[in-house]
Design a protein around this ligand. Structure first.
Ligand SMILES: Cc1ncc(C[n+]2csc(CCOP(=O)(O)OP(=O)(O)O)c2C)c(N)n1
Length: 276
């Protein structure tokens, strides 16, 4: 059987913008086809398969919510770019990836306008997206959205924190998706890794936390100085319950953690992020 016949949706996709109109179920079928393409390739040669298998749904959700013909997307390091290549017009050349004269295993602007830079250095995405945001703002292109996707392995890099420091200071309007799959090249280690582990709270605790924060939001405050005391208490309790405080303290609005393989949930949160 011809490969294209095995991937009826993917092989017919002319532009990533066609993903906007797809239902969650249709995107789920595209995800299955992408996985099949990746597994077929794995039979022929080695590559970054785990990283790519891990971002299939995220990639589809991003392309279905944003329009990266004008919006900006940077994949950190770039080794998890295969699903992105498959939905941005490179399905029919995909078998040539990582061969001489074939597609690159990393982003390459020569191949597609959807690839903004030739990358490979882990940790560079956040400063790059910040620079693109500044450029777009200077040009008056405020409606262009800016998105960086970075893994938990690359995230603790010094240059990432330098960029977060700048972004928080400038209050830049951009989205950083932290793809926490608990793996760098080997299992990740260190203080940021432990912090990310603590963010993975049980569904029960998350639900309880959201409920307590919701109730606290509705507690009326009366009179001064009781009002000042209660306001401080309320903020203190909310801060103690809120996941992602490190990001919030750096000036970001934190949404998560989110199941990175659940297309409807990803679309919902990305739409929320795009509109705030
Ligand atoms: C500056 C630098 N150091 C090391 C590497 C080697 N390297 C390639 S991928 C990777 C880890 C990626 O882990 P993560 O960011 O979590 O992405 P995942 O593969 O899990 O999606 C590293 C360290 C690199 N590309 N650049």
């Amino acid at each position: 059987m011809q490969l294209a016949a095995m991937h009826p949706l993917l092989s017919q996709l002319e532009s990533a913008s066609e993903l906007h109109g797809m239902t969650n179920a249709e995107l789920g079928r595209v995800a299955d086809e992408i996985r099949d393409v990746l597994c077929n390739l794995l039979e022929e040669r080695t590559a970054h398969f785990a990283s790519n298998l891990g971002v299939v749904e995220l990639c589809l959700a991003l392309h279905s919510v944003f329009d990266f013909r004008t919006d900006r997307l940077i994949w950190d390091t770039g080794h998890q770019i295969y699903p992105h290549k498959l939905v941005t017009g490179r399905y029919h050349q995909f078998k040539s990836i990582r061969t001489k004269g074939g597609l690159m295993g990393y982003p390459n602007p020569v191949e597609s306008p959807y690839d903004l830079f030739m990358t490979g250095h882990a940790g560079s995405s956040v400063s790059t997206i910040s620079g693109l945001r500044s450029g777009d703002d200077l040009l008056g292109q405020h409606s262009r959205k800016s998105v960086a996707v970075i893994g938990d392995g690359a995230f603790p890099s010094g240059i990432v924190f330098e960029a977060l420091n700048n972004i928080g200071g400038m209050k830049q309007d951009l989205l950083v998706v932290l793809n926490d799959n608990k793996m760098s090249i080997c299992p990740r280690v260190g203080g940021v890794a432990s912090y990310l582990d603590r963010l993975r709270t049980s569904p029960f605790y998350s639900g309880l936390k959201n409920e307590v924060v919701r109730v606290l939001e509705n507690v009326p405050l009366l009179g001064d100085p009781v009002e000042r005391f209660l306001a401080q208490l309320k903020e203190g309790v909310k801060a103690g319950l809120h996941g992602g405080m490190m990001f919030e303290d750096l000036g970001f609005r934190y949404l998560g953690p989110i199941d990175g393989h659940n297309i409807p949930v990803l679309r919902k949160y990305l739409t929320m992020a795009a509109n705030t």
